[in-house]
Design a protein around this ligand. Structure first.
Ligand code: G6P
Length: 612
């Protein structure tokens, strides 16, 4: 999604802005631009430079920022929503007479109506964006007091926004405001920053404040002031970001995705270990007593993308472990379907970023309906984390690659812990079973490590299929949920058409798509369903498919059917998803690599989807 960075200080701004934008590249973008205040001339002005495509182009146009003078500026990477990717639609946007420049993340919902009115008043628009309306509105309301103008705009626009603003007659000052779209400020000796995400400024400062919703910020080189929408000054606290700078960089791996795949043992360990005390699962951080947990009659899980697949896994896993019914919805569907839920339903929103627009809206919908919401979130202080009644953090650390891997694995781990805690509170599982499950949970990281040691086998196999046109994944039960994730990983980064099917559904249509040589990946870790899945694999093989089996060590009869088999270590069946997903991630990675694709930044995709 779009990225924002801003700097005002003692150094030249443009190189810092470009550097910050580069750190936000992982969010996905199609154009970029910077605006820098020029205080020197007869009249102060704002210089804007924009380019379509990669940041490299902007770097070339500005000699890595050196040709744009000035020590105060804002920058933006745009992921098109309103209007095609182009220079004219890219940010920053000027207002009339170039008095104001604006960068924006989010969507102004009533921009059409505002645009029509402003056009009648004589404002002329050059872009197709919703953002340009904000620039003109600011210009219209600005009579020398930026905070007043911004507050008026806030009353006029609907939707979500994180805005970085420059006023030409106030060089050295950056203004920022946000509603439902993340934005932070950072302070340092060299100057002050705004950014849509921490990595953009981590190189310069760790002293940051997550701007509260509906607050306005004024930054100069040495001061930061916060105001509410009524223009009253308010105090905010800063906190120290303790992420490792290294953690936001590649550390010797060819891609962030591979690095993050390799970080899974640690991430899973970091998520599980703090929640185990004396061999028991400790869910104290949920702020729910054992009695409250025992009263939960149903789980309603909501998420998008891979996080949704975690919910699909949870449906099978939690229902078996805690005997609590689990409903699963895509957040984009849940938010509009006016759901019917029973009284003691616990709503769980799963999100790596904590900023996914649909997931956040689903959370708000559930809260509006009066339900308790638990967020399973990776980014500390993100919107979902702040707005949920309780948060269960996944400690995956920053995830940069657009295709999620380690965050997914930690979300699975979080679900297991909740399932055990819930099963225990409800008396479905006893001490002995808890101990057995906890011991196995603690062994998962080392089992993931063992799979990683065999990555060459998967790489070899992936190279054979990197030119496939279609690849299918089949599984039953928990393995169906893992198949969904395997298929998503593959299609996101390799651009190969891929679908996952509950194997029992094959005969109802999909089997007609099976042709000679097509790759079908069969995932089979569940004992009771193993034979059934084998039969499905025979069915596709007899119609010409090339069959890859993914199963646990010991299930050697897989080789009677599969053309090639990948084994993962044995674990309790309910945790199998954590192991089989690893070869599926590696398969996707190596197929994409074999095709020479930009693995970390797949086309058209964004890491954090903060618009609907
Ligand atoms: C995007 C990402 C996916 C992610 C999904 C949900 O589509 O590319 O990897 O699963 O958003 O994101 P969230 O941050 O809510 O987990």
């Amino acid at each position: 999604m779009c990225g924002i960075v801003g700097f005002t200080g003692r150094q030249q701004a443009a190189p810092i802005l470009l550097d910050g934008l580069e750190k936000l590249e992982y969010r996905g973008y199609d154009s970029a631009g910077i605006a820098v205040a020029q205080a020197g001339g007869a009249e102060p002005s704002i210089e804007i430079v924009k380019a379509k495509g990669r940041l490299k182009v902007l770097r070339e146009m500005t000699d890595d920022g050196r040709s744009v003078s000035g020590t105060c500026g804002i920058g933006h990477t745009r992921w098109a929503t309103h209007g095609e990717p182009s220079v004219v639609n890219s940010h920053p946007h000027y207002a009339k007479n170039k008095r104001v420049a604006v960068v924006h993340n989010g969507i102004i919902e009533n921009y059409q109506e505002i645009r029509e009115k402003l056009t009648k008043e004589g404002f002329s628009f050059v872009s197709a964006t919703d953002t340009e309306t904000v620039a003109h509105l600011l210009d219209k309301y600005y009579t020398g007091n930026p905070i007043e103008a911004i507050s008026k705009v806030m009353f006029r626009v609907r939707g979500s926004y994180a805005l970085g603003i420059l006023f030409a007659d106030r060089p050295g000052e950056i203004y920022a405001v946000r509603k439902d779209s993340p934005l932070i400020v950072g302070r340092s000796e060299q100057g002050n920053f705004i950014a849509s995400d921490v990595p953009a400024i981590l190189k310069y400062t760790r002293d940051v404040c997550f701007i509260p919703n509906l607050e306005i910020v004024k930054l100069t080189a040495v001061e930061i002031h916060f105001y509410n929408v009524d223009q009253e000054e308010v105090e905010e606290t800063f906190s120290e970001i303790n992420w490792d700078t290294e953690a936001a960089e590649k550390g010797g791996f060819a891609h962030f995705m591979l690095k993050e795949i390799y970080e899974q043992p640690k991430a899973v360990r970091d998520t599980i270990s703090p929640r185990i005390s004396d061999g028991h699962v400790d869910l104290e951080e949920l702020g729910m007593s054992r009695e409250e947990l025992a009263k939960v009659s149903r789980l309603q899980m909501v998420a998008c993308g891979s996080a949704y697949h975690v919910c699909m896994t949870a449906r099978y896993m939690v229902e078996q472990t805690a005997r609590v019914p689990v409903d699963v919805d895509l957040a984009s569907e849940f938010r509009y379907r006016n759901p019917v839920m029973e009284k003691d339903t616990l709503v769980i929103v799963v999100s790596q970023s904590g900023e996914t627009a649909d997931s956040l809206a689903a959370l708000r919908e559930a809260k509006k309906l009066g339900y308790r919401v638990l967020g399973i979130v990776n980014v500390v202080g993100s919107s979902i984390a702040r707005e949920a009644d309780s948060v269960f953090y996944t400690w995956a650390g920053p995830e940069i690659s657009v295709a999620t891997t380690k965050a997914y694995s930690t979300q699975l781990a979080a679900v297991y812990l909740l399932a055990i805690g819930l099963g225990k509170a409800k008396g479905v599982i006893g001490e002995a079973q808890e101990t057995q499950m906890v011991e196995e949970l603690l062994r998962l990281p080392e089992k993931i490590e063992r799979i990683l040691e065999e990555k060459e086998r998967i790489q070899w196999f992936a190279n054979k299929f990197s030119h496939s046109k279609d690849i299918f994944f089949i599984g039953r039960g928990l393995d169906y949920a893992s198949s969904l994730e395997g298929s998503l990983k593959l299609k996101e980064i390799s651009y190969i058409h891929s679908e996952a099917y509950a194997a029992g559904e094959l005969k109802h249509g999909t089997i007609s798509l099976i042709e000679d040589g097509i790759l079908v990946v069969g995932v089979a870790t569940q004992k009771g369903l193993f034979e059934k899945l084998i039969s499905n694999m025979v069915e596709v093989k007899s119609r010409g498919a090339y069959v890859l089996g993914v199963t646990s060590y010991g299930n050697y009869s897989m080789e009677d059917v599969a053309n090639y088999t990948i084994y993962v270590p044995k674990t309790m069946e309910c945790f199998a998803a954590s192991l089989v997903v690893v070869p599926l991630q590696l398969l996707a990675y190596y197929v994409a690599l074999g095709k020479g694709l930009d693995v970390d930044k797949p086309r058209n995709l964004a890491k954090s989807v903060t618009v609907e």
